[in-house]
Design a protein. Sequence first.
Length: 202
Amino acid sequence: MANLTIFLLLGIAIGVLAAVMLVPAAYAFAMGAFDVSLGFGIAALITAFVGVALYVATRGRIRPLSRIQTVAFALVVWTVLPIFAAIPFVAAPMNLTFVSALFEATSAFTTTGAASYPLEKYPMPYIFWFALLQWLGGFLSLVTVFTIVAPSGLCGSLTQVAIRGHDSDDFVQTLKTTVLALLPAYSLFTLVCFIILWAVGI
């Protein structure tokens, strides 16, 4: 039964990704790029359907996760989210194959900077989607470090920061606490960087 917790958390993560897809959808709509907005909207609906289905099917079945299972959860999240993040690229006017779209999404999500298609040829909503995926990937990296890598003892003092005041065996509670603790700081740091870049004319 413990594995069901992995699917519940995965459903939540997929649902969050679906919600984020609505941002470039709204941006494209505001620009008058209705076909692009529709593509993002359909991708969001597909992604939300899967996320909600996983959540509903596993709701109320949370069980403790072993250390190996938490690592498995991280691997599943880092593998599955780029697949759904690639859906908008499939609907892009560049007619990318799914493999190319998956490469683009994975590259953005892992912030590697690689691309199979020139970035400057993408419509602006897709460049915005690249930026959002990089932002999400950076945040997920921090969450992974504090909730999975740090408690394993690989990050020294970070372990105590990650699980302070909580049972280290309660992964779900640790995950929730870490996300709520990191998100405001991460968002503030993002805003500061945005203001600096805007001020210098970039």
